[in-house]
Design a protein around this ligand. Sequence first.
Ligand code: TXA
Ligand code: MG
Length: 349
Amino acid sequence: MTKVVKLDRDNPDMNLIDEAAAILLNGGLVAFPTETVYGIGANSLNPDAVAKIFVAKGRPQDNPLILHIAEFQDLFKYAKNVSNDSLKLAHQFWPGPLTMIFEKSDIVPSINTAGMNTVAIRMPSNKIAHTLIKRAGVPVSAPSANLSGKPSPTDASHVISDLYGRVDMIIDGGSCDVGVESTVVDMTGEIPTILRPGGITKEMIMDVVGSVDVDPVVYKKPSLDVKPKSPGMKYKHYSPDAEVYIVKGNIGDVIKKIQELTEFQLNNGKKVGIMATEQTCEKYRNGEVLVVGNREKPETIAKNLFRCLREFDKKGVDVVYAEGFDYDEIGLAIMNRLEKAAGYREINA
Ligand code: TXA
Ligand code: MG
């Protein structure tokens, strides 16, 4: 049975936090909110508990997990050879939506790291997440709380629909602030390398450490010639049931192109979804139009992206046309997730 509890994100009931912490310490699974997306957590130090995560999500065993910590000094328990740049980034962005990859210490059970000698670590800022980890007193391994392949959950209702009956507890802490998963940065090389873009942008990291690389898989469909450093990047992701297309170009042309394509699909008896913005939604007369956010405030688009993809599925559309966005700042994370949702199908307007 899954127990669903509601917690105030700013002032969580400590009795319920302790109940959740006890579940973790007993080897159970707890889904909880973070500032990025909801996670499905287990005690990282208990390999049997961690194994349950892979079963509950249907996650491939070769995709490693992020260890979530609540105290800075824990970094040195689970990571080795922590560089100066890593410390600078931790001080600037932790707690917050940044995950760093380090050499792993021996006490991290290898099931977390898919047998690799590196480990991903992050300190979430969401108060429910932070307090839960602190009270449990152990690191918490937590991938996004969706069934593998589905869009990440940004609201407890998404977690309930994917994982009810598969976890011991689901904590409902409202909707997530950032809406896309944390930025993953490999700190084991000479220059920090972004493996997955997120709320902490390339520009923000550059400001702190001077230089940063972006792994080619961030921009490109993983193929045989580009071997992803981050195993998770090679899997199908965020896929709604509908076929998603990104329509790119200047916004006037994009609107015209989407209008034409929608017309064509409707004439063929298809149900069409359009992922539009506050600035453009009124231009579309046909199709199921959802507003993902405001083009002038791209963080609103990140926040609503996965929710929109799930809503198109609920509406049962066959095809979704999504307007494209710029690749700078948080736009890099938005386009990376959209491209995966679209299986890299793009149309130039
Ligand atoms: O925002 C987040 O990071 C959320 C919340 C719940 O904290 N968690 C999350 O976890 O997105 P998950 O498992 O869905 O994604 C973790 C990503 C995967 O792409 C995985 O391959 C990569 O991090 N990763 C984990 N450990 C790694 C390692 N040692 N080396 C390279 N990539 C790693
Ligand atoms: Mg995930």
